[in-house]
Design a protein around this ligand. Structure first.
Ligand code: FAD
Length: 466
């Protein structure tokens, strides 16, 4: 996704953009060998949807026409977060519920339809090429079907994902390696597709996620195209759902609430369960490197591979690509052009987008004593307040809306500093000292949908934090 979106934005500024993809891409909406995560639920945050809709006008409409659901998540999601059910109301963030292979296939079709973008399939990047002084990346050495060759270009973008070899390439060029921050979670996903029961409309996406540190399991059911449900179960620290029918159901039965199990118990599976393991969340701090070459930028999972439970990865890729387009547009008209600090300043600005997501996910993950990672000073107090904030959003729609605006990256953290929200949270924090949790949060009852209205309007121009 990061590669496709980068190509899309760069095609406005360069004569030709070449996507080097090491595998042969499928013709249809199928999960790929080198993107196996596509077999698991892929939620899109509103900021990601807005970027996609801006880059590819009509894409959302096309997805909906072909069976995806455009949803109001405050209304259409039933979400147990950290042990309390979110209040449901109308007018929340939008998203589109679709499988990752289908979304990627549609995006790829739009990208490759642009006349100046080529996709070279079966071409693996082996190393970077530089000028004689090694201060500027000038291209890449690639290995393809007819052997090795070199390619020159004005800008090289690494979007090769978590397994990127950029740290090694930069070290070999004398730049050293970026600092690597890791939070160890030993998370495992197991997923399968089901037939969606006819006429079902209690929710369009169900998320069941208990409170840390007691609950280590989460479960998701989401509508996807083709009248199907994708069901993903996950667990931390080796508590992974098995890939046999009985084991999968039994794991679902052990989720923090019985609802998900009850929904899938009688449903008809369409595929066998498949699993994927995520040992760590990992952030490569390219923005902190003492020296960095011109002509080379990195984004997507290459820079930061987040715990996917929070559904941020594709949105961060969208926002990164949008930022890249803006930076390149500005650099082209500046006196120094493309090679006067663009690379470094891009990585620095990208780190602000990544930083917000990293903070949200790792704060929650570090609530488990088993989580491996640096625990910042004051973490316990932040976690206490975050848990209270989550519990507050189970009853108070206004606070829930403020929370969604930050979660869906329409606003940065300042979205939580509005006086109304701060006052509500402070009062709730105080209440939490005296009132038992079960009396001040909805811990048990899946809230009904507040309305069965029309699908929300297609996303128009909206604010995005980044
Ligand atoms: C289980 C799971 C669930 C997830 N759920 C969500 C979710 O709900 N919402 C969400 O937004 N995100 C989710 N994500 C994260 C999301 O998949 C990624 O953040 C997103 O796809 C961005 O990835 P990317 O494009 O940076 O890298 P990738 O998708 O990993 O793509 C990298 C590409 O580079 C190619 N490549 C690699 N090396 C080379 C090379 N040397 N030469 C040429 N090509 C190369 C690969 O073949 C691949 O096509 C999830 C991830 C996992 C693992």
């Amino acid at each position: 996704m990061a590669g496709l979106l980068s190509a899309r934005v760069l095609s406005e500024h360069f004569e030709k953009v070449i996507i080097l993809e090491r595998e042969q891409l499928p013709e249809g909406p199928e999960a790929r060998k080198n993107a196996p995560q596509g077999r698991h639920i892929h939620a899109l945050l509103e900021a990601g949807l807005t970027v996609l809709d801006g880059l590819f006008p009509g894409l959302v409409r096309e997805l909906v026409q072909e069976g995806a659901d455009l949803v109001d998540l405050a209304r259409d999601a039933a979400w147990l977060q950290s042990g309390s059910w979110k209040v449901r109301y109308e007018g929340g963030p939008h998203s589109v519920l679709v499988s990752r292979p289908f979304l990627e296939w549609k995006v790829r079709a739009r990208v490759t339809a642009r006349p100046n973008i080529e996709v070279w399939q079966g071409y693996a990047v082996e190393e970077l090429l530089t000028d004689a002084s090694r201060t500027r990346v000038t291209g890449a050495k690639v290995k393809g079907p007819e052997g090795e060759r070199t390619l020159e270009g004005g800008l090289v973008v690494d979007t090769s994902g978590r397994g990127s070899r950029a740290p090694h390439w930069l070290e070999a060029l004398g730049y050293g390696r970026p600092e690597e921050e890791q939070v160890g979670i030993d998370l495992g996903y197991t997923s399968r597709l089901y037939e969606r029961p006819a006429g079902f409309d209690e929710w369009k996406i169900l998320v069941v996620n208990g409170r840390a540190p007691e609950a280590k399991r989460s479960g998701f059911i989401s509508n996807v195209e083709g009248g199907r449900w994708i069901v993903s179960l996950n667990g931390y620290f080796g508590d992974h759902a098995p890939i046999d029918d009985e084991g999968f159901l039994e794991f679902a039965r052990g989720l923090p609430s019985p609802h998900l199990y009850e929904y899938i118990r009688e449903a008809k599976p369409l595929t066998a369960p498949v699993s994927y393991k995520i040992p760590t969340s990992r952030w490569m701090h390219y923005e902190k490197m003492a020296r960095f070459p011109e002509g080379f930028v990195l984004l997507g999972d290459t820079v930061c591979a987040l715990n996917p439970v929070f559904g941020q990865g594709m949105t961060v890729a969208c926002l990164g690509a949008k930022l890249l387009g803006e930076k390149v547009a500005r650099a082209r008209t500046s006196p120094g052009g493309l090679h006067a600090g663009l690379a470094r300043s891009f990585q620095k600005e990208l780190s602000k987008i990544v930083g917000l997501c990293w903070f949200l996910t790792t704060t929650m993950d570090l609530a488990y004593p088993e989580t491996r990672g640096k625990r910042p000073l004051g973490l316990k107090a932040v976690q206490w307040s975050v848990q209270n904030m989550i519990d507050l959003t189970s009853l108070d729609a206004k606070s829930c809306h403020a929370f969604y605006e930050v979660l869906h990256m329409r606003k940065g953290m300042e979205g939580l500093l509005q006086p109304g929200f701060v006052a509500a949270l402070l009062a709730y924090n105080l209440k939490s000292l005296f009132v038992p949790r079960e009396q001040r949060a909805n811990l048990t009852t899946l809230p009904p949908s507040p309305g069965r209205g029309e699908p929300p309007a297609e996303p128009g121009p909206r604010d995005i934090a980044a």
